[in-house]
Write a protein that binds this ligand. Structure first.
Ligand SMILES: Nc1ncnc2c1ncn2[C@@H]1O[C@H](COP(=O)(O)OP(=O)(O)OP(=O)(O)O)[C@@H](O)[C@H]1O
Ligand SMILES: [Mg+2]
Length: 311
């Protein structure tokens, strides 16, 4: 896959986070996040429950601001939510009293005033219909969300988020509420859409297998590591990106999930990010992606090398 990496080198950076911290009161959630993402990557983000994955997405969305550090989109401060980012949640992103078409058109309607909306209604409806067809739901435009299956509802939510053509699409466990079969269909569907649009996607999931299957890059966010700062007063530390791998898309067939290399990487990542008894040192994080970088504090820099402990 050297062709892919060549073109990746030439693409520009769309998202850049440097020394980003996020606190809620006394609690440090994100602890010095460094991340650089190029246009067109499909990044998946995994990590233990409560490690701060959704918090990181909210920072990228601009719904929340970092406590410290810098977060830019195409070189400009991320600021508050705007059309540079779209988001799809696990569920509840549709209005039950609006039809499927009206739900999709909402993206445009919220951006325009009442009079303009009235004047351009036909145009907006046609545009919404176009996106509905893209997610293969053209025939269901006049239905209400409760008349659709879970997978169909998520496709509506995806159409809604695509409408404003956001350069970055954020997805927080978008397929988490679906049964395994529908989930697999949606994973393939997402890959097809990504192939067609080539936008940058940031995809949070609990499911490591899903993350490895859909991603071109996997980021592991975890609070299980050591860094020479000693134990913090509450015994906890904020999460950092402890692993970052380039994933050559081995095949767009689900058979890859049974490939021994795939299974081995999955086990490796499970150990690195999810096992509280296995603590990598911050200096020894597995940051194998070509765009990965990390700034270390003086303490982290000078303390002993990898103290990997297993028990
Ligand atoms: N608005 C908030 N105020 C205070 N604490 C918060 C807030 N939002 C999140 N937290 C805390 O921040 C931590 C990280 O939460 P977050 O939802 O980002 O984790 P997550 O990795 O997405 O977890 P999950 O996998 O369970 O979805 C948790 O301890 C949570 O309780
Ligand atoms: Mg979450």
């Amino acid at each position: 896959m050297s062709d892919t990496s060549m073109t990746m080198q030439q693409r520009s950076t769309i998202l850049h986070l440097e020394d980003v911290y996020k606190r809620y009161g006394e609690l440090l959630i994100l602890d010095d996040i460094d991340l650089s993402v190029k246009e067109g990557e499909l990044c998946t983000l995994v990590g233990p429950s409560g490690s701060g994955k959704s918090t990181l997405l909210r920072l990228i969305l601009g719904q929340e601001q970092p406590s410290a550090g810098e977060l830019t989109i195409a070189g400009k401060v991320a600021g508050t939510p705007d059309t540079r980012r779209g988001i799809v949640f696990q569920r509840y992103s549709l209005f039950p009293h609006l039809t499927v078409l009206q739900n999709v058109a909402l993206g445009r309607n919220l951006q325009t005033g009442f009079l303009e909306r009235r004047r351009r209604r036909k145009e907006f409806d046609e545009e919404a219909m176009h996106y509905l067809q893209r997610v293969r739901l053209g025939q269901h435009a006049d239905k209400y969300p409760h008349e659709l299956s879970g997978g169909m509802r998520q496709r509506v939510a995806i159409a809604q988020s695509l409408l404003t053509k956001p350069p970055i699409l954020l997805m927080d466990e978008p397929f988490g509420a679906l049964d395994p079969e529908t989930r697999e269909e949606m994973q393939i569907f997402l890959l097809e859409l990504w192939d067609e649009h080539r936008m940058t996607i940031f995809f949070v999931t609990h499911d490591l297998e899903e993350a490895l299957f859909v991603g071109t890059r996997i980021l592991v966010l975890s609070q299980y590591y050591t860094d020479g700062r000693g134990e913090l007063p509450n015994g906890e530390r904020g999460a950092r990106i402890v692993a970052d791998y380039h994933l050559p898309q081995m095949a767009s067939s689900t058979e890859i999930k049974h490939n021994p290399e795939f299974v081995q990487l999955l086990e490796h990542i499970r150990q690195e990010g999810f096992n509280p008894n296995y603590l990598q040192h911050a200096r020894a994080f597995n940051l194998k992606h070509p765009d990965s970088f990390q700034t270390l504090s003086e303490v982290e820099h000078y303390t002993a090398t990898s103290v990997t402990t297993s028990s």
